[in-house]
Design a protein around this ligand. Structure first.
Ligand code: ADP
Ligand code: MG
Length: 881
């Protein structure tokens, strides 16, 4: 059995890692490669287990037992095959395979002799909701914490607990609920005060309330859909109609006329009366004389609501979470040092969990209100913990990198002279400051980790190139990575001018760079005649092919490369990469950042973003970086005048504006609606708009650019727009980031309500880059709601990207705005970065203080802290070391 236990653990491990972000999201932060690795591990373990089960059964085994083993063996073999093929499977199939794996793990674990601890499930009995949970006996103290995971009750699977069969377990897993500890951290979303029981006649629509009713009559109605209709009568004589659209025969048996229930529901208005759908019913004993209409004690209660899990009854979740909390809360390791908790007056972890999973009936309305706002001490404790470990991780990482050796790039004041000589403008004070900061960093023997933070149009490209130039001047290579091909190509064009002036050799590498070199070129490359290859490419106007670029980079012939994420491909090697610049960094996952970093021997890193991030968030997301701010726009810019127009009348005005702009020698962008998840629709709307504008503006030259064009075609269109051969450019959001055509002075955005505020700001940033007036017209869709019009008015009212970012954040939440899911940080489940700024600041301060006292968290009192830290960051792209 021991072997089986080990094999089972070997099967569980890859499965757990694969679904650490829930079944819907099986992609691994380390990318497809890791997924394949895990799939292979799964296949191996499943194969070995299958073999173990296919072996001889004990002679004493019953026939049924033998069959069961045989079936298990077959299923495992099937799992092994499917896992092997996972690489070729679409997501749906992958989910099915992983779910099968989960189920089989549970099945196999039933063959194992049960550890007593795990099987003491009787304590997971339903906690009576109506009564306050009796003060739970503290569970066994974790003094002798089990060594191996398999014996740690907190990581035992939920599957197999009462009510949790394979089907339910799978559904729970979708929400990330697979182990006991997950259930403890699955916190209620709302606490409803149902202690007051309201007579039927006084029920209010739209509010969750409890009332006492008797069943009058029931009937099944066959309308378009079958439903169950029940007429209740309250103790005040008023009637209440209830409907169930999903029900089974048991309902009617339970709802016998005359039976008495405590009914909980949110009534809605129906014609002149109130009605309820799918109310919750609690059986009540018949009313007695003595009682005189008073409810039996405890029937009005505080109702704890957990987040919905599709396909799992709320009651089951409640029982599960509350039961497990009572039993195991005491065992949850508290990683926040006790002394710190004391100082902040925050409860210890077990206490916080218990307070959240069950609230005593005598809880004050004030505390309930705080609970519902997420501001109770117990919640603040969990939020603090989350932010504390986030900051600890970021700071640890920062320290680790800062301690690395990096290439020292010493340069003098003259190193930028040639660049300055060809600049058509004077750098702004902010640009000079940022360049100076970077220069200081590059002189250090440790890697620079700097964020260049500046609004759209603030001139980050120049700063980036200056950084590259400093590195190249000291004899090293630099790489610039941009998120889109358009942007990479544009950078290439801009930087080439500067690079040539300084005598640097530069290439462009994207996914569409020709793959292979011509035969003659190959021969030249082999002979090391790079200069010839480059000269011929330049003479013929052909872009350098990938093969040549790779050879020239690894030989150190090229000084610099600009590209998309094609740069992080395995094959790309540098001779001495000393600086990596990442533009529009928010578009990249941290994993990609790290991959490029690995190309050099600890290169210096400069990341740039135009996403105006409020300071608090910068602290969170870039807590591991120094920040240079471009807080000054180049002179002569006038912010675009922004107007919000209804689509119908607005379109005519927009056409007018386009004509006028072109008449005065300027150009215009026309951005088509963003259509989530559908390139195709986006494309067709852009094509249609292009046709419509061509017809409506016959005297103008209208171009079209979208993501489906090949890079040559796109290049061609962008080039013609830049050369003023086109007056109007119809575009999908491919132009959102970074595109720079200073002569464009008008931006029309269709169905603007579909965009995020920050995104609109980015788009708007495409105009107002040259001198002269510019304008941005936001057309909102026909059916746009009032709130979305208001949102657009916010964009119109301010040109301050930071204020917009804050507003966007409030409206859409940080996850979506910043794509934290891709950010590679541990997910924030409890913290709200806007609401919890105070805690974030404290968490950062305390994390820094702790690390300065005990940098490796190696002191005995920090053992748990270190372990929890490692666990929290285990599945992130960012490694701590
Ligand atoms: P972003 O910060 O959005 O990346 P860019 O680097 O693309 O901004 O610069 C926007 C425009 O401003 C470009 O046309 C660039 O040439 C111009 N620019 C940059 N710095 C200055 C400056 N100091 N004075 C005038 N124009 C500048
Ligand atoms: Mg830019």
């Amino acid at each position: 059995m021991r072997a089986v236990r080990e094999l089972l653990a070997a099967l569980r491990r890859p499965i757990d890692e694969l679904c650490s972000r829930g079944l819907p999201n099986l992609a691994h932060p380390d990318g497809e490669e890791r997924v394949l690795e895990l799939a292979a591990q799964m296949a191996d373990a499943a194969g070995a287990l299958a073999a173990a089960f296919a072996g001889k059964s004990a002679r004493t085994a019953s026939e049924a037992e033998v069959l069961r083993r045989k079936k298990t063996a077959e299923d495992l073999a099937q799992l092994a095959t499917s896992a092997k093929n996972l690489g070729r499977s679409p997501l749906g199939e992958r989910q099915r395979v992983v779910a099968l794996g989960l189920r089989l793990c549970a099945g196999v674990s039933m063959y194992l002799p049960q550890s007593t601890e795990k099987r003491s499930v009787s304590a997971v009995a339903p906690t009576p909701i109506a009564k306050p949970a009796p003060e739970s006996k503290p569970a066994p103290k974790p003094e002798s914490r089990p060594e191996s995971d398999a014996d740690d009750p907190l990581v035992q699977p939920l599957l197999g607990l009462p009510g949790v069969g394979p089907v339910t377990a799978e559904k729970l897993a979708v929400k990330g609920l697979t182990r006991v500890i997950d259930a403890l951290y699955f916190l209620p979303k709302r606490y409803d005060d149902l202690r007051q029981v309201v007579p039927v006649g006084q029920l209010q629509p739209g509010v969750l309330q409890a009332t006492v009713v008797l069943v009058e009559r029931t009937k099944v109605v066959w309308a378009r859909k079958r439903f169950l209709e029940v007429m209740f009568r309250g103790e005040d004589g008023c009637e209440l109609l209830a409907r169930w659209f999903y029900f089974h025969g048991g309902y009617q048996k339970r709802l016998l006329p005359g039976k008495r229930f405590l009914l909980t529901a949110t009534p809605s208005k129906f014609r002149d009366s109130l009605q309820v759908t799918h109310p919750e019913l609690t059986d009540l004993p018949p009313r007695t004389e003595q009682e005189g209409g008073v409810l039996p004690e405890g029937s009005g209660h505080i109702r704890i609501r957990y987040p919905d899990v599709e396909g799992v009854p709320g009651r089951l979740i409640e029982r599960l979470c509350q039961g497990l909390c009572q039993q195991y809360a005491e065992l949850v390791p508290d990683g926040v040092p006790a002394q710190l908790l004391g100082r902040l007056s925050l409860p210890v972890l077990p206490q916080a969990l218990r307070e959240l999973h069950s609230v005593p009936a005598e809880t004050t309305p004030e505390l309930l209100a705080r609970l519902n706002e997420g501001l109770s001490p117990a919640q603040r404790r969990l939020i603090f913990e989350e932010l504390f470990f986030l900051q600890l991780g970021l700071l640890r990482r920062r320290r680790a990198i800062a301690a690395d050796d990096a290439t020292v790039c010493v340069t003098d004041d003259q190193s930028l002279a040639r660049l300055r000589a060809v600049l058509p403008f004077q750098p702004t004070g902010a640009q000079e400051r940022a360049i100076a900061e970077i220069r200081d960093d590059l002189k250090q023997p440790h890697p620079m980790q700097r964020l260049l933070h500046g609004d759209v149009g603030s001139g980050k490209t120049l700063v980036a190139y200056a950084a590259c130039e400093l590195v190249m001047a000291s004899g090293h290579q630099a790489a610039v990575m941009a998120p889109t091909e358009i942007l990479a190509e544009q950078h290439y064009k801009t930087l080439r001018v500067w690079a040539q002036a300084s005598g640097r050799k530069l290439a462009l590498l994207t996914a569409t760079t020709p793959k292979t070199a011509r035969k003659t070129t190959v021969a030249q490359l082999q002979a090391g005649r790079f200069a010839d290859v480059l000269r011929i490419a330049e003479a013929t106007g052909q872009p350098l092919d990938r093969e040549s670029i790779l050879a020239m980079l690894s030989a150190g012939f090229l000084d610099m490369v600009v590209g998309t994420h094609a740069l992080i491909a395995e094959a790309v090697e540098f001779k001495h990469l000393a600086l990596v610049v990442i533009d529009e960094q928010h578009r990249f996952g941290v994993g990609q950042r790290a991959a490029l970093r690995r190309k050099g021997r600890q290169p210096h890193i400069l990341v740039m973003t135009a996403t105006p991030i409020p300071r608090t968030l910068a602290l969170t997301l870039y807590g591991d970086l120094d920040v240079s701010q471009l807080d000054e726009l180049p002179p002569g810019r006038t912010p675009a005048v922004t107007k919000v127009l209804p689509a119908r009348s607005g379109e005519g005005k927009a056409l007018q504006a386009v004509r006028k702009a072109v008449e005065t020698g300027r150009q215009a962008y026309w951005v088509c609606p963003l259509i989530e998840d559908s390139d195709k629709l986006e494309l067709s709307s852009a094509t249609a708009r292009h046709a419509a504008l061509t017809t409506a503006l016959p005297e103008l030259k209208v171009g079209l650019v979208h993501g489906r064009l090949s890079s040559d075609e796109r290049d061609d269109v962008m080039g013609r727009f830049r050369q003023r051969e086109l007056d109007v450019l119809v575009a999908t959001t491919v132009i959102e980031v970074g595109v720079d055509v200073p002569n464009a002075s008008l931006m029309v955005i269709e169905s603007a309500e579909r965009f995020g505020l920050a995104q609109l700001h980015q788009l708007r940033g495409r105009v107002g880059r040259g001198s002269g007036k510019s304008a941005c017209l936001l057309l909102h869709g026909v059916s746009a709601e009032a709130t979305s019009t208001q949102r657009l008015e916010v964009v119109a009212a301010t040109s301050d990207g930071f204020r917009l970012a804050e507003a966007d954040l409030r409206i859409r939440g940080p996850g979506e705005v910043l794509g934290t899911r891709q950010s590679g940080l541990p997910p924030l489940r409890f913290a709200d970065l806007l609401r919890d700024i105070d805690l974030l600041t404290i968490a950062r301060r305390e994390a820094a203080a702790l690390l300065s006292r005990d940098p490796d968290l190696s002191r005995p009192e920090h053992v748990v802290t270190q372990r929890v830290l490692a666990e929290r960051w285990a599945h992130c792209d960012l490694t701590l070391e």
